[in-house]
Design a protein around this ligand. Structure first.
Ligand code: NAD
Length: 476
């Protein structure tokens, strides 16, 4: 369904994120017939360039990053692209930008720049008359590096925009399976009655990457896995899996419930955290070489045992882990149900548990492990088999049209739907929980444990589970 004409300004339009994600996403939506021909997409950045120069730039970005997706009339897409040279910290260019914008239409400004520029951009949008009631602004991660800086950013933005105009992106929320998590929980009778500590033994959330921090060393050395991944992406997944049913699928109803989960998290004890750092592997440099600090104590891996103190989840821990240079690139959530109260098949039947796996990548889909009789004449032997549903299989040819996270989120901005964006108080609550965990290891002066490339992280993270008589699902 096409949206109404809009103007989208990508501030930082010549940057890496614009090239790799934002512009290809807009192109794919254009090809899907969703972006009208009289919409405008305007890049704005310091590099001096004219419209034609930027169209060439965008064309090259599409060649490189739009993949096989596309449509015959690429020239038509490029014709809605423009460019304004401006320095965010100066005054040149802003009047020209204001003059380019259409009347009576949604105007969205995507701040695809570092967070230190969010405040100055918001201020100039106001000064140059571009902060009207229909203006929307989109900000990228990292939204601060602790509670104090996140609060300062929220205050800076709130001077010029209402909360209802601010779209804080966490691209994990734009993933199809993540939204399916809500559909599965609240669209089926089957799961919700079992979704509590009476039936769920524990939950695991794993986001594993095979890449290191190549090229992002400087940023990553100051961030680490806790700030870069847990505070935002894993926390968002945790909220969606653990929240109470919202009364309706509406932005504030959903975000109110997520906020309650964050506020119910227990502080983390030092023995419930394992941090790691990847070692060099043959010719491939290790973490310390990548960040240019031979004594770095920043973590490229972290595993945590998290407890939620509320009626639904008391007694059911949630284990989180994320890291770089691990065995495989995979993201999944596993809901591990408890044993049946009594086995009528006797001890030799072994221990069997239902596990609901929600795969974010690769092969987005859902897999429910069920126990059945092993076929054959050998008596009542039990075996676990997957009731597997890969979306690509289940949905057939329609699956390839599923928009990627950025496509969905950008169109949600244009439509004015904030459900999949983080609210200011949510981000602050997440930092309020994260800060003491970081302070804990900083005060104790503990160093991350080295681990091998291609492993599942430090052995100690396995021990975090073994100690509780549990084990991580394999990273595969
Ligand atoms: P980048 O350095 O590649 O691009 C920055 C852009 O901002 C460039 O277009 C540059 O010209 C412009 N810019 C910088 N200072 C400016 C100024 N004073 N005036 C006008 N323009 C200015 O950065 P990036 O990788 O595209 O990242 C942008 C933001 O998105 C960052 O906050 C980053 O943390 C975040 N982010 C990036 C990625 C990614 O994949 N690259 C992923 C998630 C979040």
């Amino acid at each position: 369904i096409p949206v109404d004409p809009f103007d989208l300004v990508v501030i930082g339009g010549t940057g890496d994120l614009a090239r790799r994600k934002i512009l290809p996403a807009l192109y794919r939506r254009f090809c899907a017939g969703q972006v009208p021909d009289d919409a405008q997409i305007i890049g704005a950045a310091r590099t001096a360039m004219d419209d034609a120069g930027y169209r060439d730039f965008v064309g090259a970005a599409l060649d490189e990053f739009a993949g096989a997706a596309g449509c015959e009339d690429r020239a038509r897409f490029l014709s809605i692209i423009g460019y304004v040279t401006l320095d965010v910290l100066g005054d040149a260019g802003w009047t020209e930008l204001a003059g380019r914008l259409g009347q009576d239409r949604v105007q969205a400004f995507y701040f695809s720049v570092g967070p230190s520029l969010f405040g100055p951009i918001a201020e100039r949008l106001q000064t140059y008359g571009m902060a009207g009631p229909d203006t929307r602004i989109v900000v990228e991660k990292p939204f601060g590096r602790d509670l104090t800086s996140a609060r300062a950013l929220n205050t800076d933005l709130a001077r010029h925009f209402d909360e209802g105009q601010i779209y804080r992106i966490d691209h994990y929320l734009g993933k199809e399976t993540v939204q399916n998590l809500m559909a599965i929980r609240f669209g089926n009778m089957l799961f919700e009655p079992l979704w509590n500590s009476q039936y769920v033994d524990h939950i695991q959330i794993t986001v594993a990457e095979t890449v290191g921090v190549e090229g992002r060393g400087e940023y990553y050395e100051r961030a680490g896995a806790m700030r870069d991944m847990v505070q935002n992406h894993l926390m968002q997944l945790l909220c969606l899996i653990a929240m109470e049913p919202p009364s309706k699928f509406d932005p504030d109803a959903v975000r109110d419930e997520k906020l309650k989960v964050i506020r119910a998290l227990d502080p983390i004890a030092p023995e419930d955290v394992v941090r790691g750092q990847y070692l060099a592997d043959g010719d491939r440099p290790g973490f310390r070489e990548h960040v240019g600090n031979a004594e770095s104590t920043t973590e490229s891996f972290i595993a945590l045992k998290v407890r939620i103190s509320n009626w639904r989840w008391a007694g059911t821990p949630i284990y989180l882990r994320t890291g770089k240079r691990l065995r495989a690139r995979t993201s999944e959530i596993d809901v591990v149900f408890k044993d049946t109260p009594h086995s009528i098949f006797g001890p030799e039947a072994g221990r069997h548990r239902n596990i609901l796996t929600i795969r974010l990548q690769p092969n987005e889909g859902i897999d429910l492990g069920v126990t059945i009789k092993e076929p054959g004449p050998g008596g009542m032997r039990l075996v676990d088999v997957p009731l597997d549903m890969t979306f690509a299989q289940a949905l057939g040819p329609d699956a390839k049209d599923v928009p990627d996270a950025y496509e969905r989120l950008i169109m949600d901005v244009v439509r004015g739907n904030q459900t999949l964006f983080m609210r200011g108080d949510e981000v602050e609550a997440a930092w309020a929980w994260t800060d003491p965990v970081i302070a804990g290891w900083e005060e104790a002066g503990t160093a991350p444990i080295p681990y091998d490339t291609g492993s599942a992280g430090p052995e100690e993270s396995l021990a975090l589970m073994h100690r509780d008589g549990r084990r991580w699902r394999e990273i595969r």
